[in-house]
Design a protein around this ligand. Sequence first.
Ligand code: SAM
Length: 266
Amino acid sequence: MRFVGRGTWPLNGATFNFTSFVRASPRHNGGDERTSHVQVNPPKAGERTSIVLRTLSMSNEQPLKLHLGCGTNKLPGWVNIDSVARCQPDLVLDLTQPLPYEDQSVDAILAEDLLEHFDKYVRYVVFAQWARVLKIGGTITLQVPNFKKILFRYFKFGFDNFVDFIFGENMWRSTVYIGHFGNHKWGYSEESLKRFVASFGIETMLLEHKGLNLRLVGEKKRHVIDEDIDRIEIYSHANATGIGAPRLAVGLVRERIRDFQDQFHV
Ligand SMILES: C[S@@+](CC[C@H](N)C(=O)[O-])C[C@H]1O[C@@H](n2cnc3c(N)ncnc32)[C@H](O)[C@@H]1O
């Protein structure tokens, strides 16, 4: 079976087509889940080429659920996605690249201990993809470290006991070394997490404390288009104290990230 879809490059907004060839896979029980090989149409001159696509699971009958940054915690019934091949996810993908799914085609997204691995700018480009593929009424579950709580513990228990929670632990729950993908690059409070998802049309239905983490369950209420996301402004302390504007629009940030990735071939 062939499944043809369209996606958007997160960095320059250009669309691309992809074709996935679906075949029954013995790895999945019940015959409902299938494994597909995905081909992305060759990029035109100037477009990025570094997207890494291998396999993904999909089903025609069942809801499509993406487990992003799965690490070694692979969940049945979910398409488990991670950048680190040694974790053996269903799809090896650096999530700073586009998700190979059509707009509003995904029923649920789960991202536990992942969002904090993207810096304060890159997270907008990455999350725009998650919001793009989610259906209206679809749910998103996020777990991130509770930055305020960790800081309190840091001052109470000291450097050795709490510094790992701030920067991240590269062998968390695993013997696989996950390199720079394991480092934390941003922190969240309850308010800032809610505000962040709201700018992508996601309403927080539940926000709870789970140990040192915040766990948010959100529902997509409206589809926010790229142009609206590009207009979101991000506060920049560096610019506030020096040259340039104290606030940067996501559209400009998107361009700068693309230039950086092109230059360093990431
Ligand atoms: C702290 S682990 C969490 C793993 C799993 N969700 C869990 O709770 O056990 C963070 C995971 O995010 C993945 N990750 C970090 N940056 C990523 C990126 N740019 N693209 C895809 N995966 C990424 C890492 O490879 C790692 O497996």
